[in-house]
Design a binder for this molecule. Structure first.
Ligand code: ACO
Length: 384
């Protein structure tokens, strides 16, 4: 029996290089540092699009007409409001847990009141999806206001998705330029193939569970420091280093102790992550605008050292390295960096789930059995 279980199964640790689905949503060229959503280069979307339009593109497969975009944007605005009971519950949640844990609770809780909960047709599922994407920012902002003893700021229907989040978080309308920078950051984080959290969502959905459960799985997966949780830790590291002249010693020490430098390395990119390139420009811009170059200078020093030391191994900055500096200047608290990532990525999760279940097959890999072939059962009073 053991031999059969051990049989001709190919093993790839961490599923590296395994093709687990067909998808037309995005493509990453890891050696050239290129990323496209539905064929459109990320740089063009960063320049010309916004989060709402990109979300439509990812979900429906093509850019919307003017009218379709207006309808979609309006629907997202309508869906921003949370059910009263969820709002009340968020006010009562303890102030200490990591906000990613709060987000899991809030998404699961909101699902109970979703008017489309029992609708499994494409329209019903899309409605649930758009509601989740629209509500996550409200959940994050409300929780932050409540935990800091501030009044909750309801969504403003005159503001776009990105600007409205900053407004609900800070209680004042953001300046247009900063709202645009945040909008681009959301576009850059919206989708990225079968990363760990997207795959987790797909595994859940492949059992024909519901979309809300899939998103909850994804949030729990994104939280980890090897995935979405890295951005928060980058800022912690920059603080620990303190000044650019200490970066060399810090990085070399970490590497000699086999510790990871957060915000570097990627399973697919073996060159500079194109999203990091754009975010670095914004980090630079905001550092100059606020005349505070502390973080960017340490960051750039780390980048140089890491590329010198590990560039030959394909280790370069990833999306998480400069995003934290950008968010810091936009006044987003550090422990909300990963929830903000979830807010952007919710559309990628949903797009993959919707695509996969159309031609569904339950995910069910096997483990390569390394245990003994046969062990005699020993009654408990005879064990030593
Ligand atoms: N710092 C130092 N060394 C690194 C780093 C890093 N950040 N990343 C990879 N390496 C080294 C590894 O030690 C390993 O070296 P070895 O071959 O001498 O043992 C080699 O590069 C390959 O690393 P793996 O862990 O095998 O690469 P994998 O594809 O499994 O991991 C990952 C990718 C998890 C992103 C990794 O690079 C990492 O831990 N990075 C730091 C955390 C991070 O920034 N995560 C965010 C990723 S982007 C995202 O999820 C949004």
């Amino acid at each position: 029996m053991g031999a059969e279980i051990k049989g001709a199964i190919e093993y790839s640790k961490g599923l590296e290089g395994v093709i687990a689905a067909l998808s037309s949503i995005s493509y990453i060229d890891g050696s050239q540092g290129k990323l496209v959503y539905r064929g459109i280069p990320i740089e063009m979307l960063a320049k010309y699009s916004n989060y709402e339009e990109t979300a439509y593109l990812l979900l429906y497969g093509e850019l919307p007409t003017k009218e379709a975009l207006e309808n979609f944007t309006q629907q997202m605005k309508t869906f921003r409001i949370l059910p009263k009971r969820v709002e009340d519950c968020i006010r009562e949640l303890p102030p200490n847990p990591h906000p990613m844990d709060i987000l899991k609770v809030a998404v699961a809780h909101t699902a109970l009141y979703d008017p489309d909960r029992l609708r499994c047709c494409r329209e019903g599922v899309m409605s649930k999806v758009i509601r989740i994407i629209a509500q996550i920012p409200t959940m994050i902002a409300y929780y932050h206001r409540a935990r800091t003893g501030q009044d909750i700021v309801p969504p403003d229907p005159d503001l776009g998705h990105a600007a409205n989040f900053l407004y609900m978080l800070h209680g004042k309308k953001p300046d247009k330029e900063e709202a645009r920078i945040f909008d681009v950051a959301l576009v850059l984080h919206a989708e990225h193939g079968l990363n760990a959290s997207t795959f987790a969502a797909m595994v859940t959905a492949s059992t024909l569970s519901d979309i809300n459960s899939a998103i909850v799985s994804a949030i729990g997966t994104l939280k980890g420091p090897l995935h979405g949780g890295a951005n928060e830790r980058v800022l912690k590291m920059l603080d620990e280093i303190g000044t650019p002249d200490k970066a060399e010693e810090y990085v070399l020490n970490a590497l000699s102790e086999k510790r990871r430098i957060m915000g570097f390395g990627h399973r697919v990119y073996k060159t500079y992550d194109p999203r990091a390139r754009i975010l670095k420009e914004y980090a630079e811009y905001l550092s100059n605008k606020y005349n505070d170059r502390r973080y960017i200078e340490i960051g750039e020093r780390i980048e140089k050292i890491m590329i010198r030391e590990l560039g030959k191994k394909g280790i370069f900055p990833n999306v998480d390295f400069y995003s934290g500096i950008v968010y810091q200047f936009l006044g987003i608290p550090r422990d909300l960096f990963t929830p903000v990532f979830a807010m952007a990525r919710s559309v990628g999760w949903a797009a993959h789930v919707c695509e996969y279940v159309q031609n569904n097959r339950i995910f069910r890999p096997r483990a390569y059995y390394t245990g003994p072939d046969y062990v005699e059962y020993v009654p408990i009073d005879k064990r030593r």
